[in-house]
Design a protein around this ligand. Structure first.
Ligand code: G6P
Ligand code: ZN
Length: 565
């Protein structure tokens, strides 16, 4: 068959304002992306910052979480990629690839990078959100130097190069290759390369024995996101979980009207079943598969504890058999992981919010396991956080603790309690105030940052019911990357008390409407008698201090947060 020539055209365009990538790419309402050449502008801007020689003949991975507008956007990307010199695009079947799977494919196929179409855990559908993000050759999110350069391009873009006969010409439902002259699209299986990687990390036979136990029931909720496709192949086909225990596993363009964020508020169906004690382990993942929530029977594993428990049980996971290089967490994540690093005598890093900050440390071979309070957990097997990986890690740890089938089942709760007994417990919670008027959000942050700048916060003390908190340190977190020495400032306001307790204020970088104010609370307890209290009760006074210091209720008139983690 003769390969068709590319019919390349130049479209004139004008910049759209506001195409600045946030914590994790550009996220806007679908309707904004559908506006004229909005998407085209951003995609062309990505290619404009890449070196033309590097682009020539290179491989690019493209895929998304299956949300509304995914398939149309992919066809546009094919056309612009072809006209900009890309030699080959690998795309997931039906346009589906989870964010961690994309990272795995980029690394395995030595691709130049990837364009990921997702707004992660934000709702989808015609009135929902859409998102686009660029990942680099290590499989991780582009660093700020690149995302800023892309943004600069969006402010002055005037032309788009597009191969028009490519757009719409590829049937995404069929595996296989479509060949043009000097450009190829390969529709790949969404799961197989990622599953192969997981098989090389975990002992699947051991997990299978756990799953086969009569006294162990596992349940997974894909929240109608992309992981449904992965769950049926990995949890069911490879690990033997009955299909009936995998729920909401058909990817839907609007996540079945839901909010695909695995937390206590947005995964009510699973949380309810776990509270009723129906299963021993219940897990969920977000729209694009990088987040995870792990629940035991009537027990919530806080993400900050989750990464610490995985790290302290690293020997259960074959991939880590030669030891851990280092551990890292984002600044607002609880300090539980710090204690494990200290105990293991390995390097430890505190980075700003955003997975991209872990990539450099991994590439420099100083980081093995890391996590964030925002339900992100992962390792250096790829350069994105990885929901299915985290769930497999927990299954593997459970399998090791339950290797003897004749002994009673060791639960998730008892594994976490064991951890607290050894290291002490970091009581931890996060309050989210969503869709706050942007001005009011800034005002709240200003009240705190003024107190930091004029140092009036230092030394302030708060007393109630025999509890005393004294502010010892307050700052606006700044990070200097130890590898490339780049500096990221303005990464969250920290109030640190003399007992090590912390309050942190941040504005979310992933929302698409108004401002989301996040307030984080972290309080450490070592005494056995204080290890098993209710989190909200235990943190009550610290939380009231946080509200008082920021005048949050007064300014926003919000008396309750939308989400409590
Ligand atoms: C995304 C990033 C995470 C980050 C999270 C925080 O999920 O991949 O690395 O922790 O956003 O979002 P926020 O809304 O708090 O900026
Ligand atoms: Zn996500």
């Amino acid at each position: 068959m003769i390969e068709p020539e590319l019919i390349t055209k130049t479209l004139e365009t004008k910049p759209f304002s506001g195409q600045k990538p946030g914590t994790s790419g550009l996220r806007k309402k679908v309707t904004e992306f559908q506006n004229g050449l909005y998407l085209h502008n951003f995609v062309q801007s990505i290619f404009n910052v890449l070196d033309a020689n590097e682009l020539k003949g290179a491989t690019l991975v493209v895929g998304g979480d299956g949300r509304f507008y995914n398939k149309q956007a992919i066809q546009v990307i094919f056309g612009i990629a072809a006209a900009n010199g890309i030699g080959k695009v690998l795309v997931g079947q039906n346009g589906l690839l989870s964010t961690p799977a994309i990272s795995a494919v980029v690394r395995a196929r030595r691709a130049l990078g990837a364009i990921i179409l997702t707004a992660s855990h934000n709702p989808g559908g015609p009135n929902g959100d859409f998102g686009i993000k660029y990942n680099i050759a290590n499989g991780g999110p582009a660093p700020e130097s690149i995302t800023n350069a892309i943004y600069q391009q969006t402010t002055k873009i005037s032309e788009i190069r597009i191969a028009e006969n490519v757009v719409g010409a590829i049937d995404l439902s069929k595996l296989g290759v479509t060949q043009f002259k000097s450009f190829t699209v390969e529709v790949i299986d969404s799961v197989s390369e990622y599953a192969t990687l997981l098989k090389s990390i975990f002992d699947f036979n051991q997990i299978k024995s756990l799953v086969a136990r009569k006294d162990f029931v596992f349940n997974f909720d894909a929240m109608s996101g992309v992981t449904g496709v992965y769950a049926s192949r990995i949890f069911s086909d490879l690990l033997g979980v009955p299909l009936a225990n995998l729920i909401n596993c058909v990817p839907s363009e609007d996540f079945n009207g839901g909010h695909p964020d695995p937390n206590l508020t947005y995964a009510p169906e699973l949380v309810d079943k776990m509270n009723k004690g129906l299963f021993d382990c219940g897990c969920a993942s977000d729209g694009d598969g990088d987040r995870n929530m792990v629940l035991g029977k009537r027990f919530f594993v806080n993400p900050s504890d989750s990464v610490a428990v995985i790290a302290s049980n690293y020997q259960s996971i074959p991939y880590f058999k030669s030891g851990l290089k280092g551990l890292a967490r984002s600044m607002p994540t609880s300090a539980a992981l710090d204690l494990v690093a200290k105990d293991l005598k390995i390097p430890f890093f505190e980075v700003p919010t955003g997975w991209k900050f872990f990539g450099n440390l991994m590439d420099a071979n100083t980081l093995s396991i890391c996590g964030e309070e925002s339900f992100g957990t992962g390792s250096d097997h790829i350069r994105e956080k990885d929901g299915i990986w985290a769930i497999c890690a927990w299954l593997q740890i459970l399998a090791v603790h339950n290797a003897d089938a004749a002994k009673p089942f060791v639960s998730i709760e008892s594994i976490v309690h064991q951890h607290w007994r050894k290291y002490g417990r970091n009581y931890y919670s996060r309050y989210d105030y969503e869709e706050v008027d942007t001005k009011l959000g800034d005002e709240v942050m200003k009240v705190v940052s003024d107190g930091i700048t004029d140092r009036s916060l230092i030394g302030r003390s708060f007393n109630k019911d025999g509890q005393t908190y004294v502010i010892e340190h307050a700052d606006n977190f700044e990070y200097k990357d130890p590898i490339d020495k780049s500096v990221s400032s303005n990464q969250g306001l920290r109030i640190i008390f003399s007992d090590g307790s912390r309050i942190i204020y941040r504005l979310s970088g992933t929302g698409s409407t108004g401002a989301t104010i996040r307030v984080y609370f972290d309080k450490y307890e070592r005494e056995e008698s204080k290890l098993f209290n209710d989190t909200q009760t235990h943190l009550k006074f610290l939380i009231s201090i946080a509200l008082e210091l920021s005048k949050l209720t007064e300014i926003t008139k919000r008396t309750e947060p939308n989400v409590i983690t």
